[in-house]
Design a protein around this ligand. Structure first.
Ligand code: HEC
Length: 131
């Protein structure tokens, strides 16, 4: 086995390992604030429906900081609260199960908040970037 072949095999394996990791993240951030089109859609949904209570950058306002929340709760728990709402110590989180925009865009919305939770995008206004 020569060196070139070894290097080739190494990069193939690396590619196989790396690709799913990226796909799993569900978002792509370039130049600090450019989101892939799907995640950008999530941002628009967030801006329309959530920002007034959870803050422009999901940092928390009347409702809790959602970046922190995503790092503590599972995706299933997030979807549960998003659909059914929650009445807790902080206040009332409305359920969105009757909102077709949110129901259809839940994955994009989650991607956007995931990017915030992973600190892949800082406290800057997102723009639409490449796929
Ligand atoms: C009218 C204000 C309001 C709006 C609009 C709103 N939320 Fe909330 N949300 C809250 C409050 C208040 C809580 C805290 C409830 C409690 O006391 O546990 C909350 C809690 C949550 C939680 C649970 C967080 C945790 O750590 O327990 C998630 C997830 C969440 N909201 C997501 C969203 C998303 C996504 C949207 C937009 C689709 C949204 N919220 C829109 C007020 C709001």
């Amino acid at each position: 086995m020569n060196l070139r072949f070894t290097v080739f095999v190494f990069f193939c394996c690396f590619g196989l390992w790396f690709e799913p990791a990226q796909a799993q993240a569900g978002y792509k951030v370039t130049e600090g604030n450019k989101l892939d089109p799907q995640t950008y859609r999530g941002y628009l949904l967030y801006r329309n429906w959530c920002a007034r209570c959870h803050g422009t950058f999901a940092q928390g306002l009347a409702g809790p900081n959602l970046a922190n929340s995503l790092n503590q709760a599972s995706k299933e728990e997030f979807m549960q609260v998003l659909f059914k709402g929650k009445k807790g110590r902080t206040g009332i989180m409305p359920g969105f199960q009757d909102n077709p925009q949110i129901v259809n865009g839940r994955e994009q919305l989650y991607s956007y908040l995931r990017a915030r939770a992973d600190n892949a995008i800082g406290p800057v206004m997102p723009e639409q970037g490449p796929k």
